[in-house]
Design a protein around this ligand. Structure first.
Ligand code: G4P
Length: 526
């Protein structure tokens, strides 16, 4: 590919994840977006996968049993001249570090909120990761076909709870049974919910921001005048639209609509494509940056998923391409080991079918079949310049279990399994200073279940897991560590880098420790 062609291809890419609390409508909106992309699908396939009835599924058995998506998959489609990659994030409340790490591989995020509920806990957690990365966040206030909360409350809540400027791109004219349409200030039009002519749902606004007298019914409707009044109020007192602030993640454009009845979704998608960024440069550990249009190929592994097809016992390393162009069969260098690796067996994720990739450029995701060579965070590249992308952040676990092998004779497979699964980032591993006992840490309970299942199925090692009451992990500078600090109110452990940390049962225990050792600095990861 010539340089201009590569630049054009990169410019076309839009790579994002949808963040939401379970049931806000992520699956429903994903389906709508795929339909716009003309991805031929059986109706409801995303949903079917979620409910566990997905016959063609070759997902992990546990995923089917629980009827939830353990893993984040990737969907790609073309729309309006753009190539869009949606990285799915597990929506279940047991969500894990995988979800967090997926957010490291996207260039923007779409936050779907149930307009009857507003911001829910998981939305908030995921939002914080996006905020930390400074990526643009677009908000879709969903379920307008049902009675929800006052739109003004929802906007205020975004500002107050998430601390982000919110700019309504449109405003509901009524809701639930009274839903008439959207006052679309961004496109200067009204979008009718039930237009007389389905092909023409829009009424242009006049210079004064009002509609023509010819639409007397709507013009005199209380919901319409309310929407206009609110828009005027926001025009005067609300935040100014700022493309720069959107780009830096300091302002979120807010769109109202209903994924279920496909109202406002296309309006949202069109505006999203106008402001969502194409792939941007990625930072390296030597304070450099790799331009997405750099002709040398580079990328990093952000997730490893095992046994997508139980018949093949394969692992797939998901790579975010950061520069250059992927070609089937190319040789790359794995930065961590310095080894050359041939990328022969690779998949791309086009909706449900795994199709072979030919060309992928910055912004795309490729799945490498892996026999245990890759680790999360690995950088790969071509060319002479060694590239090491910035380390993926570690997330502070909130759940801990003591773990032992059921059969003491099988220590070897127990250790092998733990080491490999920890390398994959399935769970985090700690060891007690005093007893040497293994402790696992996770962000979500499901991570433990997946761990237990995989230990048995892949390493033939049955494990016992004993839940611990500890919920808070705090790292300490090794120079400040004094063995006397260990007490019945905390547990001193070390992580896989041998860095010391304390586990506390609750904030009181942490505070008690801080009061006792005011000079000691305790730090969380993220
Ligand atoms: P999730 O992936 O975020 O967990 O949410 P999902 O899309 O599965 O939607 C959760 C529920 O909310 C579903 O109902 C879905 O139909 C409904 N829903 C999604 N978007 C809208 C919307 O715009 N309006 C309304 N009224 N409902 C919406 P369910 O009863 O759990 O599933 P189903 O029985 O309808 O399939």
């Amino acid at each position: 590919m010539s340089n201009t062609k590569l630049t054009d291809a990169v410019e076309k890419r839009r790579t994002f994840a949808i963040i939401s609390h379970p049931d806000a409508g992520k699956t429903t909106i994903t389906e709508q977006l795929l339909l716009f992309g003309g991805v031929v699908r059986e109706a409801g396939t995303v949903k079917a996968k979620k409910s566990g009835n997905f016959a063609k599924s070759d997902w992990m058995e546990i995923e089917q049993k629980r009827g939830i998506s353990v893993t984040s998959s990737v969907m790609q489609f073309d729309y309006a001249g753009k190539r869009i990659n949606i990285l799915d994030t597990p929506g279940h409340e047991d969500f894990s570090e995988d979800t967090y790490r997926t957010l490291m591989a996207v260039d923007s995020a779409v936050m779907v909120i149930d307009s009857a509920k507003g911001i829910e806990p998981q939305t908030k957690k995921l939002f914080q990761i996006c905020k930390m990365r400074g990526i643009p966040i677009f908000t879709f206030m969903n379920k307008l076909d049902r009675d929800g909360r006052d739109p003004m409350d929802l906007i205020t809540e975004l500002q107050e709870v998430l601390g982000i400027e919110a700019y309504p791109m449109n405003w509901p004219i009524g809701m639930g049974k009274e839903l008439k349409g959207l006052y679309d200030r961004f496109n200067n039009r009204i979008e009718l919910f039930r237009p007389a002519d389905e092909n023409d749902p829009f009424i242009s606004l006049q210079d004064d921001g009002d509609i023509d007298d010819g639409y007397a019914d709507l013009k005199t409707d209380q919901w319409y005048t309310d929407a206009r009044d609110n828009m005027e109020l926001i025009n005067e007192a609300g935040d100014q639209f700022s493309a720069e602030k959107i780009a830096s993640g300091d302002q979120t454009p807010v769109f109202f609509g209903s994924a279920l009845v496909n109202f406002g979704v296309k309006t949202f998608l069109d505006a999203y494509l106008q402001f969502a960024p194409a792939p941007s440069p990625h930072k390296t550990t030597d304070d450099g940056e790799i331009e997405p249009t750099d002709p040398e190929f580079s990328g990093f592994v952000f997730k490893i998923q095992a046994n997508m097809n139980p018949n093949h016992r394969d692992r797939i390393a998901f790579v975010r391409v950061c520069s250059g162009e992927f070609d089937r069969g190319m040789d790359v260098t794995q930065e961590r080991t310095g080894k050359k690796v041939r990328l022969g067996n690779v998949t791309e994720f086009l909706a449900n079918t795994r199709e072979s990739v030919e060309k992928a450029v910055a912004g795309d995701i490729i799945g490498l079949y892996d026999t245990g060579n890759f680790q999360i965070g690995d950088s790969i590249y071509t060319g002479k310049r060694a590239i090491k992308f910035e380390k993926l952040p570690q997330f502070t676990p909130e759940l801990f279990v003591r773990v032992t092998a059921k059969n003491v004779m099988k220590q070897k497979s127990f250790h092998k399994g733990i080491n490999q699964l920890v390398q994959e980032g399935a769970v985090q591993l700690y060891q007690s200073y005093t007893t040497g006992q293994y402790i696992l840490g996770a962000v979500g309970q499901l991570q433990f279940e997946v761990f237990q299942f995989r230990m048995q199925n892949e390493y033939n090692s049955e494990v016992e897991m004993e839940p611990m009451g500890h919920k808070i992990a705090r790292w300490i500078n090794p120079e400040q560590l004094d063995p006397h600090m260990a007490s019945s109110r905390n547990l001193l452990v070390k992580d896989i880098n041998d860095d010391p940390l304390f586990l506390f049962e609750n904030q009181y225990a942490e505070r008690w420790f801080q009061d006792k050792y005011p000079k000691v600095e305790l730090t969380a990861k993220l």
